[in-house]
Design a protein around this ligand. Structure first.
Ligand code: SAM
Ligand code: DTB
Ligand code: SF4
Length: 345
């Protein structure tokens, strides 16, 4: 089995994007099947534990204090309210509970409260994930000690385009937090957003940066921009759905072990497009009627979709990205799994 590569070049990534769609999907499927059960989908439920009034200026975000989006600000939720939502998520079939806070970075007294939430959610038998903004090494360690499984912190786009989207922090800040999270032994959840006006090159560069991290993120959320009225990106041009699927396929090929999540944006996607994303190697979704503040398909619809496709929710704990490959790549003769991008072959 070829080990995942960390030395993907921009030219290789762009060559993958440039492949004929059927060829790209074939390669992505070969990689997917070598490392994962292609019928299994990891189900994460999101909860906004602290909503709105964020000091950052991320142009896509409905929770920035700078944009008038109509989102009601809410202080950090009490522990019991969080646990109630976690129990409901578990009862609905989620295996991971992700708690998001609209912070630039957490204050110590808030972090103590989040650590208690992590402990409580973990005791329910759910995997835990939090996304709290920038954290230091000791803060990441405190979360690890509380039993946290995943920390989400997205690079969002290429370093080159980042400054067009966010001015209140820089790309290196994001990379530093990812280092702190990794050093604490937490699983990293890190991906990006498609549809912010980035070029195809920016998309390729984002994936090169993700795949070039010292370890591939265990979870890679690929979000389609949710265009929220009041944000600077409210009128961004829609993404060609096939380009969105291509991004998932290239992420799958470049980071074979990762859970690639078909994340925000599903509410406006057809069932057929979502099925195509699964065929391209997505194997995780946000499950639950809401993301953080915007909508998501309802759980009945998602259950029905998986049933119609003969797919199933992955069992808890099965998706830590470290499981041995399921099948030998030899079963897919002629298809490079973790090897070089032979786009012209
Ligand atoms: N404040 C923390 C931070 O930014 O790291 C955590 C919460 S923030 C809402 C988490 C991620 O949600 C962002 O990094 C971004 O990738 C994603 N996100 C926010 N608004 C979005 C939107 N309108 N469409 C798609 N993804 C979005
Ligand atoms: C991620 O990559 N996507 C999620 C999660 N990580 C925290 C957030 C999506 C937010 C979509 C807009 C909203 O509801 O705020
Ligand atoms: Fe704040 Fe996170 Fe939204 Fe940026 S993405 S404005 S940091 S909540």
């Amino acid at each position: 089995m070829l080990e995942p590569r960390h030395d993907w070049t921009l030219a290789e990534a762009e060559a993958l994007f440039a492949l004929p769609f059927p060829e790209l999907l074939h390669r992505a499927q070969a990689v997917h099947r070598a490392w994962h059960d292609p019928a299994a989908v990891q189900m994460s439920t999101l909860l906004s534990i602290k909503t709105g009034a964020c000091p950052e200026d991320c142009a896509y975000c409905p929770q920035s204090v700078r944009f008038d989006t109509g989102v009601a600000n809410e202080a950090l939720l009490p522990l019991e309210a969080v646990l109630e939502r976690a129990r409901a998520a578990r009862a609905a079939g989620a295996t991971r509970f992700c708690m998001g806070a609209a912070w630039r970075s957490p204050k110590q007294r808030d972090l103590d409260k989040v650590a208690a939430m992590v402990r409580g959610v973990r005791e329910l038998g759910l995997e835990t994930c939090v996304t709290l903004g920038m954290v230091t090494g000791p803060q990441a360690q405190q979360l690890k000690d509380a039993g946290l499984d995943y920390y989400n912190h997205n690079l969002d786009t290429s370093e080159e385009f980042y400054g067009e989207i966010i001015t209140t922090r820089c790309y290196q800040d994001r990379l530093d937090t990812l280092d702190a999270v990794r050093a604490a032994g937490l699983n990293v959840c890190c991906g990006g957003i498609i549809g912010m006006g980035e070029t195809p090159r920016d998309r390729a560069q984002l994936l090169v940066t993700l795949a070039g991290l010292p370890e591939h993120p265990q979870s890679v959320p690929i979000n389609q921009l949710v265009r929220v009225p009041g944000t600077p990106l409210a009128a961004a041009a829609p993404v060609d759905p096939f380009d969105f699927v291509r991004t998932i396929a290239v992420a799958r090929i470049m980071m074979p072990r990762a859970q690639v999540r078909l994340s925000a944006g599903r509410e406006t996607m057809s069932d057929e497009l979502q099925a195509l994303a699964f065929l391209a190697g997505a194997n995780s979704i946000f499950y639950g009627d809401k993301l953080l503040v915007t909508g998501n398909p309802d759980v009945e619809h998602d259950r029905a979709l998986l049933a119609r496709l003969g797919m199933h929710a992955e069992a808890a704990g099965a998706a830590h990205g470290a499981q041995p490959p399921l099948h030998a790549p030899a079963a897919t003769a002629g298809v490079s799994t973790a090897g070089t991008a032979t786009a012209t072959a």
